[in-house]
Design a binder for this molecule. Structure first.
Ligand code: GLN
Length: 540
């Protein structure tokens, strides 16, 4: 047991989507800005082992860590805010908890005993929370409990919190995030749902220390006093969280509300002075005062749910700030792109990004968009499936291999320019079996990619089963598409470029997962820069 690590739990009440992830990340940022080391963990009450098998429409983007965990997209926020990598230990689902307990039962670790939710499941949850605390790396572990208090599936988590509060006493703290709705007809903010959700927590034995109240309007003193009175917290521990124009504003709003001070005070830690957010504020200044603006077309098939492309959107936010440029995203549904409308849809764009994805839906539109970008020399960035489509398009339209395809979609193609990786062929299980996480990549010295990174040796995160078929490498390179990045061990093609174009770069890996506020991703930065210059008519 770590004696010094402080455990902060963040629960949610009234409704989902209140932004627990952003509040957790904002608090973490404030604590980090005071010199503490902080990590954030998400506990998800669903039964999937991880979100890797979920359709993006269900759950938004699947985020990937360096160590190859397929995780909730909130981990992306944690990394983007803190600039600290997360890992397998930072996202745990009910499925994984039960899987582990059942495996222990089969091994005979509970011989003679009835295995039950309490204590076995709750012990497993507590252990998962403490793995991070016991690593000795962190002063604070912030654990966000997914779902809403009152859900059947989150009960064991709340019980684990109750037990940890009892065991760790003053080293624990509970922040409950709730909603204060505004009733237009009455012209009033209403506290009753918050009262009820705190009562629900109390029934489960958990008294929150701090309430963060999401609201469309400011809470006045009387309102704070009323909430405090009904919920057994001090008025200073009633924190308002009004809607912000950007998620990156939230740490500042929380600083104004003194959330970090109240947290430190309650945990008996020094709380004078302020968190140092100098760099953060500079970033916000750059976002608010762009000197130029560009429009990038994001071609994908999940665009009805923008969260499917969360890390890409944030990659553009970071790269925009570093170029002092506002990046507008034009959402282009790949299923709706046809020969007849492609020029009309894409001609005003300053850059085109073709997104990652799986399966055949929308693939023709992606290939058409790439052809348009290549033939009209519009800066182009392809990611994962976007890179694979760039190779298919080039093979079809430049090499004349009309049926070139990926075997993911057409197993009978006579020109499988993208093919399943050898070690994937025997895989029958779908969960957690892709090529996942960070792998090394060596870059050709004179490539645009190496120039962007200012390095020839990089490491990036992956999530795929198919790869560039090296049997076609020579023919493709002879025609002008060059494999400028390769895995040093396997020779797997990681990056292709068409050097004669202004900026045509496509990667098998997912650069978007590594872009943070403090470290905007070099390829996003270079792509935005190329689009800005293109718009101005200057050659890169
Ligand atoms: N479906 C492709 C593969 O598995 C691309 C995956 C992706 O875009 N993440 O290789």
């Amino acid at each position: 047991m770590s004696t010094s690590t402080k455990y902060i739990f963040v629960t949610g009440g009234v409704t989902s989507s209140l932004g627990k992830g952003i509040i957790s990340a904002s608090l973490a940022k404030l604590l980090q800005g005071r010199g503490y080391s902080v990590t954030i963990q998400k506990l998800d009450p669903y039964i999937n082992i991880d979100p890797g098998t979920l359709n993006p429409y269900e759950h938004g983007e699947c985020y990937v860590t360096n160590d190859g965990a397929e995780t909730d997209l909130d981990l992306g926020h944690y990394e983007r805010f803190l600039n600290v990598a997360t890992s397998q230990a930072n996202n745990v689902t009910t499925g994984r908890i039960y899987q582990s307990v059942i495996e222990k039962e089969r091994r005979g670790e509970f011989l003679g005993k009835t295995v039950q939710v309490i204590p076995h499941i709750t012990d497993e949850i507590k252990e998962r929370i403490q793995i991070l605390g016991n690593s000795g790396e962190y002063d604070f572990v912030i654990t966000e409990i997914g779902g809403t208090v009152g859900d059947i599936e989150s009960l064991p988590y709340i019980e684990a919190v109750r037990q940890m509060m009892w065991e760790f006493r003053r080293n624990t703290l509970v922040i409950h995030l709730t909603l204060i709705p505004y009733l237009k007809a009455a012209g009033e903010l209403k506290t009753k749902p918050t009262q009820h959700s705190v009562k629900q927590l109390l029934e489960l034995g958990v008294q929150p220390d701090i309430l963060v109240c999401r609201s469309e309007y400011h809470l006045d003193r009387a309102m704070r006093k009323k909430i405090a009175l009904f919920c057994n917290v001090e008025p200073t521990a009633v924190i308002e969280s009004v809607d912000a124009s950007s998620i990156y504003e939230v740490p500042l709003l929380m600083q104004e509300e003194e959330l970090d001070k109240v947290v430190l005070e309650k945990l008996n830690l020094p709380h004078d002075g302020e968190a140092n957010l100098t760099e953060w504020k500079k970033y916000l200044d750059r976002i608010k005062n762009p000197k130029s603006q560009i429009t990038i077309g994001l071609v994908g098939k999940y665009i009805e749910l923008k969260d499917s492309y969360k890390s890409i959107i944030e990659g553009f936010n970071h790269a925009g700030a570093s170029n002092e440029c506002q990046v507008n995203i034009e959402w282009i549904h790949s299923e709706k792109l046809h020969e007849e409308n492609v020029a009309f849809r894409l001609k005003e764009l300053d850059g085109i990004l073709v997104a990652p994805g799986f399966g055949s839906r929308g693939i023709d539109g992606k290939i058409l968009a790439i052809q348009y970008a290549r033939e009209n020399d519009i800066p182009f960035f392809g990611i994962c499936l976007g890179m694979q489509c760039a190779v298919i398009e080039f093979a079809r339209n430049v090499l004349g291999l009309k049926d070139a395809h990926t075997t993911e979609i057409d197993q009978a193609t006579t020109n499988p320019v993208i093919d399943i990786m050898a070690d994937q062929k025997a895989q029958t299980n779908k969960g957690g079996t892709m090529r996942l996480g960070a792998y090394a990549c060596d870059l050709t010295a004179d490539s645009k990619t190496a120039a962007a990174y200012n390095s020839q040796h990089i490491s990036e995160r992956h999530r795929h089963r198919y790869e560039f078929n090296n049997a076609y490498l020579k023919a493709i390179e002879e025609k002008g598409m060059i494999a400028v990045g390769k895995n040093p061990e396997s020779g797997l093609v990681e990056v292709v470029e068409i050097p004669e174009l202004t900026w045509f770069v496509a990667t098998q890996f997912h650069p978007e997962y590594k872009s943070t506020v403090e470290r905007p991703h070099p390829l996003f930065v270079a792509f935005v820069k190329a689009a800005v210059r293109k718009k101005k008519g200057t050659l890169v």
